[in-house]
Each structure stands twice: as C-alpha cells, then as structure tokens.
Design a protein around this ligand. Structure first.
Ligand SMILES: [Zn+2]
Ligand SMILES: [Zn+2]
Length: 268
C-alpha cells in the first residue's frame, strides 16, 4: 500500500472533469493516508481557453470543506500546480499569499507564453536546442521564484513536439540540470517523481533516474511522488516503479507537507 499521492487534478483544472468526492473515495479505497489536490493555475498563456481560469476562492473553500468532511479517513492537502513563467513570478508570489496552501508544485508548462504542447516552441529547433531552452528556462524560474515546494515533472520537455523531440541525451544538459538541482537544494525545495510518463508513452517517470540520483547525490532531501492523474483510475498508477527507484538509491523518506512546511515520512 502507498502512503500518499501528491499530484492529483480535479474538475477545477481546465483539462480535467473528475469529481472531487470520487477522487477522495478512490484514494481512501486505495488505503492512502494523504493526498494533495494540485489543480492547474496558469497565467499569461496564449493558447489556453477560458476553461483554464481557476476561481481560487471557490477552489480553496471546496478543498477545505472536503478536508474537514473526510478528516477521519484521509488527510487532504490544499495544493496547486503553478505554471510558472519568468514574467509571471511576481503575480504568482502575490496571488498565492491569499490562500492557506499546504503544497505547491511549480511546473514549466509554457515558455514565452506558449504551451510546450502546441508546437510553436519546437519550430526550427533541434531536440538538443529545445531541451536547452527548456532547462535554461527552468533554471531561471528556480533562481527567481520562491512560492513552491517541488518542481514538477522536471524533464517532461521530451513529451511534446513529436518523435523527433523524444528521448534525451542527459550528458548534453547535465551542467544546467546540476545548477537547477543545486538551486532547488539551496532554497530548501524538492523534486517530484511524476509517474505520468508511462501514460504518455515514454516508458519512464519524470524526471529520469539519473536526475533523481543527482538530486540526492548533491544533498537533496525533499521528494514527493505524484501520479498527475486527471482521472481517478490513474491515482497511484505506476507508483511501484517510483518506490523501486527510491529503494535503489537508498532513499528512506518521502515528504509530506502542511502549510508549505515539509516533514518526512519513513518509507515502509
Ligand atoms: Zn504539469
Ligand atoms: Zn499536473
């Protein structure tokens, strides 16, 4: 049995219709002790429709209501997945202060107002050039943005742009990746193991094993595991792989968050 799933989307996300009570009942059925609902909060993206506007007052009210309703059975965390871009840093820093958040994932879904999935960013670039742009963007965000706990699916740039952009020669980017990881560690931030790569045909978790290993080798301590589920049936999907990675690395603890403060749960 798994302890928690720290990356779950609900109907408050622009790309998800899943009902929150259903998500919670499913999680209780799976024997989870904690879940973090981490709906999307995006800003200044050219291609996103109105559906992506999240009413954070309603959202936090609803999560807090459910937290109370189910408190005997499961600990529900008020989370968010923030689509961070350099020009939106001040906006997010200010906006997030208004809510009693437990846990925030910072993710690079977009660069220069374009979502990675629409293909504009990849135009005219080689795979290495695209990955270089992506990791340098992440580094700039890590150096400047504060209001988050873990960086989301750290190397998922390989997911988009078609076959030409799949896969990665990590050695070509390790210098930037190392700076990202050191930046995270210096600021007391973590990474997540995101198991959705298996559902996107990449046959791996995000980030790659070598990056997770590097994070711990450099002294990192904060790690969460998330399914990035958009349907309740994907909650804790492929978590076995994530735990096997941690075991292989000799990692004994995963992180739990309450009001943005980490604590450590021993892996059984
Ligand atoms: Zn994401
Ligand atoms: Zn997500």
């Amino acid at each position: 049995m798994f302890y928690s799933d720290y990356h779950i989307h609900s109907r408050f996300s622009g790309d998800c219709n899943e009902d929150l009570d259903e998500i919670i009942k499913k999680s209780i059925g799976l024997g989870l002790r904690e879940i973090a609902i981490t709906d999307h909060f995006e800003k200044d993206m050219i291609n996103l429709s109105k559906e992506w506007d999240i009413d954070l007052n309603k959202y936090s009210e609803e999560i807090l209501r459910l937290k109370e309703k189910y408190r005997k059975d499961i600990d529900i965390k008020l989370g968010l997945e923030v689509g961070i871009q350099y020009q939106t840093i001040d906006f997010f820093e200010k906006e997030l202060k208004k809510y009693p958040l437990d846990f925030v994932i910072a993710s690079s879904h977009g660069i220069n107002r374009y979502d990675l999935s629409v293909g504009v960013l990849q135009e005219g670039k080689t795979r290495d050039e695209m990955q270089d742009l992506y990791f340098r963007t992440v580094l700039k965000n890590v150096e400047n943005y504060k209001k988050f706990n873990v960086y989301g699916h750290l190397d998922f740039v390989t997911r988009y742009g078609g076959a030409k952009f799949r896969g990665m020669n990590i050695e070509n980017h390790m210098d930037v990746i190392e700076k990202i990881l050191k930046g995270l560690i210096d600021k007391g931030k973590g990474i997540e193991i995101n198991t959705s790569g298996y559902r996107y045909g990449e046959n791996r978790v995000y980030p790659d094993f070598d990056i997770i290993k590097k994070y711990f080798d450099l002294g990192g301590e904060i790690i969460t595991i998330g399914s990035d589920s958009h349907r309740k049936d994907d909650i804790t999907k492929d978590f076995k792989v994530a735990y096997e990675i941690l075991e292989k690395l000799g990692v004994k603890y995963i992180s739990s968050f309450e009001k943005m403060e980490p604590s450590f749960i021993k892996i059984k």
